[in-house]
Design a protein around this ligand. Sequence first.
Ligand SMILES: [Zn+2]
Length: 477
Amino acid sequence: MQFTNQVFTLSKQLFKKAKSFPKVHLALAGTLTAVSVFVAAMLPSQDVEATRNQVQLIKPAETAATVAPAARVETVEKVVKLPAVDTQEALSTPDLVSVPDTPAEQAINWQEFKVRSGDNLTKIFKRAGLNARDVYQVSQSDKEKLLTRIRPGQILELAINAGELERLRLVKNKLESVEFIHNGDSYDLNTIERTPEIKTHFVSGDIQNSLYLGAQRAGLSDKKIMELAQIFGWDIDFALDIRKGDQFRVLYEEKYLDGKKIGEGNILAAEFTNNGDTFAAVRYTDSTGDTNYFTPDGRSMRKAFLRSPVDFRRISSGFKPQRHHPVLGIKRPHRGTDYAAKTGTPIKASGDGKVIWRGTKGGYGRTVILQHGGNITTLYAHMSKYNSKVTSGTRVKQGQTIGYVGMSGTATGPHLHYEFRVNGVHKNPMTVKLPVAQPIPKKQLARFKAQTSQLVAELQMKAIEQLAEIGSDNNNG
Ligand SMILES: [Zn+2]
């Protein structure tokens, strides 16, 4: 396909143009084919020059639907038609929903009545100029007694034609209404369910001081920030690993109704570049309906251990956490990681395991040691107190609170001292290779690729668009 080749060339140009960008873009080369197919799909009738000119622009048609204020934010319709046969399956993602058009209603003259405090159907009908017979007929048809449960603020829509109540519509919520349609002496009920239109939304940003602030500035909601941290939290210690200049890219769903954003959906694909290393994740629902995040080549993002046993939002130190560092000329070797946090901050078990020590242990103060599978133990020191339910011999789950930050033992301030040992040998908790959850089985790999490659391509395409912006900025000096 000639078009694809052109895009490929364009992508390569962009690729050359940018002088300094993180490793991930090297991976772009590998995904260019997918990207090209995607571009072909997105722009079936436009030529490449047009593409090049447009990449800096937020297209006018999309602007109205764009909500977040960040500059590098775009909303794109998700439904695309692919010409290639073998990619058809990629479109059958169950999450993608097309919205049925609302039926034509030109002929119906709707009047809106807001339910007031102390209202009932009789009062509302009276305001609308209807009579007791209308109330009776509607009430008789209302087998579920929906209209006796109306609440102040709810909307009743009435269609009155020549003094006759033709239709009544009770708006239950944004997505569900019940319509009463006049039929002789009674009314037929019809439930109208609306499906929100799902659009994918791309947000990217970099980090100046913290993931939270950086992501917030880019327009991500608190919920999305937490989800992002959860997806990558197995690989990245968001409490201590974060560096100024770290970058993230997120592709997620937004729900729209009548052109208005009514909510957010799932994160579909994301990338996080931490200290030059890029991690990518894509959402996948398997044939049994189980949903998880995987690397684009099908390895699970989940690990047997959390990278950090303390919630990143609770860490008091920023980019220069107060931790001892064996390389920095500390005389006594420091064999763990210190997390400075307020006294009382919950400490989480980093993996499933069994408590083999709970008690005071010299300079460690109040200490819990967990025994995990694979001859791994983790140690948590300087606690202010233990979780009373966690005693020696207790089995704990990953993420379960086992105690609280303090400064018992030898400590100059409240912090968690965390150690990770494999076969009794201390490992750096921040860099130790953690055992991973099951990857996508080989038999399901084709299905996985079909469902996720387009998402990865879309995310990468956005990355290319951004490089184009950066490239043009450079050219302009
Ligand atoms: Zn320490």
